[in-house]
Design a protein around this ligand. Structure first.
Ligand code: SAH
Length: 216
């Protein structure tokens, strides 16, 4: 998701108290409890876009600390603006490329990772850039708690099929797997729609979802 150049978005992000400062990111591993001021579980959304999903989740689950990761400051700005309208103590943002995620969280520090409507990178030679690829699963493996889970939603069937094929070779297994989330009343309980999920399901696209854990 790229927005037109929003004047001053970098400056706003750099000064926002909702965004962890870029120059302090290297000191973050192992200190997230201090950052939030409590030792509640940490859930991370990677590629959160404008933050609709994570903001709603944080509001509904004050017992969890949420961290939203987004690459583009123009997009992150929208999430920051949402926080200015409705501030939540259990939500923080990071502007960075998720390739460096294992340098920002310590081993086992994260209890859950959400990937929602990740960029498809359809060319084979870009497969490594896909957020549910084995390369990224190896990064998540470093920071995710032993019994941690990764949840992935998308309407992009080729990307989802790829993500499912990556699981076994990367040492993960699906606990939940559906090709039509919105048709499953049990899985829909407590489902919080992302911005893309609303848009694409309104167009009639079925939403695929998995929840995965390590296979041993
Ligand atoms: N999760 C939101 C947005 C989906 S669009 C929703 O479901 O509505 C995908 C988002 O992921 C974009 O905002 C894009 O900038 C971000 N993104 C893609 N690759 C990323 C990466 N490597 N690191 C961080 N963010 C990334």
């Amino acid at each position: 998701m790229r927005l037109r150049n929003v004047t001053g978005s970098r400056e706003v992000i750099a000064e926002s108290r909702f965004v962890v400062r870029e120059e302090t990111l290297k000191d973050c591993p192992g200190t997230w409890g201090q950052i939030f001021g409590n030792d509640r579980p940490i859930y991370v959304e990677i590629g959160m876009g404008k933050g609709q999903f994570i903001h709603t989740m944080a509001k509904e689950h004050p017992e969890i600390n949420y961290v939203g990761v987004e690459k583009y400051s123009t997009v992150l700005l929208r999430a920051v603006q949402k926080m200015e309208l409705e501030e939540l103590p259990n939500l923080k943002f990071i502007r960075m490329d998720a390739e460096e995620i294992a340098e920002v969280f310590g081993p086992g520090e994260v209890a859950k990772i959400y990937l929602n409507f990740s960029d498809p990178w359809p060319k084979d030679r870009h497969a490594k850039r896909r957020l549910p690829s084995r390369e990224f699963l190896a990064r998540y493996d470093k920071i995710l708690a032993k019994d941690g889970r990764i949840e992935f939603k998308t309407d992009n069937r080729p990307l989802f099929d790829f993500a499912v094929e990556e699981l076994e070779p990367a040492g993960w297994k699906a606990e939940v797997l559906t090709y039509d989330l919105h048709a499953d009343p049990v899985l829909m309980e407590g489902n919080v729609c992302t911005e893309y999920e609303e848009k694409f399901s309104a167009m009639g696209n079925p939403i695929c979802k998995y929840v995965i854990c390590r296979s041993n």
